[in-house]
Write a protein that binds this ligand. Sequence first.
Ligand code: ADP
Ligand code: MG
Length: 361
Amino acid sequence: MEPFLICENLVKIFKVANLEVVALQGLNLTVQPGELMGIVGASGSGKSTLLNILGGLDRPSAGRLTVNGRDLLKVSDSVLDEYRRTEVGFVWQQTARNLMPYLTAQENVELPMTIEGVAPRKKRAWARELLQTVGLWEHRQHHLAQLSGGQQQRVAIAVALANRPKLLLGDEPTGEVDNTTAQDLLGLFRMMNEQYGLTTIIVTHDPQIARNVDRVATIRDGSNSSEVVRRVTDDVEATLTQDARETTAATHVYDEYVMVDAAGRLQLPPNLRAELGISERVTLELADGGILIRPAAGLQPIVSPEAARAASDSDGGQPSSSGRAKLGGWLRRLGHDRRESRSPGGVGRAQTKEDHEEVNE
Ligand code: ADP
Ligand code: MG
């Protein structure tokens, strides 16, 4: 199946006076048709910037972006405008941005269709269906001020779907409501996603979102660093009713992944970096079918040119074919020495002098 949405190496730079703010730096994201996913990240990590770009409200500075088979970097302004109006539904955190205060709930849902010139009868029928689906048909004559925060966001979801978009985007849609209402709203997003086959992306700073969506990507400093995928274990799934499946959080298994980009780069989580004292360099080692990453502490003084020369002399002054290979040898041997001094038992595959000389030859 072709992915619905592909971001490759997405970069967004804002220029403010003489300053450049890099809001997205090489973000990669693939979303399947009909997928329901969450994006979490600290404030300022680039979540809204990404959502605005996905929704055609802004353009990236570089990279590739394909939505529903269309290259959004290449389209003209007018095509992008039409894309935003007809193919994307947006739900914002601030209800004021979603709804017109002087219109009723029903008029709000009908407005985008009026703008697109939908025939009155079709327009009313679809507005009615949407308001019924979000549970607010009884409140259709109410204005913004007569609705609770949660109800306003329900109307906002109906408004977002008025033009039958394929992509539904929510930027902190539950940011201004209490916890219970937030759960209800996320449930409604899921229902819309299933009922209308909408590809849905919800941005939030609430890590609890993982319970409500299929997959959560974490953005850190404008780049996606990890993903959590929720799965229900097969044997348990078979015994569950639909209701139980939705409410039995205990049966869900969360798999967390660190993302690796096309160039093989990955981000080490800050808490692990701090815990292990990892700064600029690490050593990699094959272990148990995986890669063991260790902090390369204490290397700095020895890699200085003088120290490297001195070490080379003590090694018999063997000329090497490449300085770079030599440095690699030093680094590796130093890593070995340090490990040995820490664990006299010599755990793991110890690096020997022979290994080092192999590198130099
Ligand atoms: P989030 O939604 O995750 O809080 P944003 O996408 O709003 O983050 O912002 C990411 C970074 O880009 C921040 O440093 C923010 O200050 C900056 N930024 C966002 N929009 C603009 C803009 N229009 N002009 C200048 N800088 C911006
Ligand atoms: Mg934001």
